[in-house]
Design a protein around this ligand. Structure first.
Ligand code: MN
Length: 198
């Protein structure tokens, strides 16, 4: 059975940029629903119990058709959100250092150049989806709860949830204000750890 991971900080601790109300709704309700519906899909196809979440998502074509879209949507939701909580911190913001900073600068000219492109791609996502920084330093987007490993790509270094449920309570329709605020909570330590272990 898949379970909802605890937040690595209090619900209110990102409050200046992302309110406790959003975190309660987003983590406790939305993410819990992805977990519950993923578990229901696995209950309906018990042969899949042995597979890890990564294995399930990396080979959607191998899944029984009657549970495939549920695992894509809710399994993707569980996978993406489990990472998303780790990518934020009350002590976040600033810039990466070391080899990651160097690679970002090589690819985007400067850290600000990277922020600008990641932000622009996040604002260009039509409807619900995610923006990702991949280990090869590409910035890509996916729709809905799709995730890079579903597309045969490596696991992302960093990702941003641009579903309205991630910001509407605080920012209404102003996704740009949400994205600009989010840079202040990005946990670069976690991004760097993911980069190093690649
Ligand atoms: Mn979300």
């Amino acid at each position: 059975m898949f379970t909802l991971p605890e937040l690595p900080y209090g619900h209110d601790q990102l409050g200046k940029y992302i309110s406790g109300s959003i975190m309660q709704l987003h983590h406790d309700k939305h993410h819990q629903t992805y977990v519950d519906k993923l578990n229901a899909a696995i209950d309906a196809a018990p042969a899949l119990r042995e597979r890890s979440l990564e294995t399930l998502l990396s080979d959607l074509d191998s899944l029984p058709e009657d549970v495939r879209s549920a695992i894509q949507n809710h399994g993707g939701g569980h996978y993406n959100h489990s990472l998303f909580w780790q990518w934020m911190s009350p002590d976040g913001g600033g810039e990466p250092t070391g080899e990651l900073a160097q690679k970002i600068t090589e690819r985007y000219g400067s850290f600000q150049g990277f922020v600008d492109e990641f932000t622009a791609k996040s604002l260009a996502v039509f409807g619900s989806g995610w923006t990702w920084l991949q280990p090869d330093m590409e910035i890509i987007t996916t729709a809905n709860q799709d995730t890079p490993i579903m597309q045969g790509l490596e696991a992302p270094l960093l990702g941003l949830d641009v579903w309205e449920h991630a910001y509407y309570l605080d920012y209404k329709n102003k996704r740009d204000d949400y994205v600009n605020a989010w840079w202040n909570v990005v946990n670069w330590d976690v991004v760097q750890q993911r980069h190093v272990t690649k």
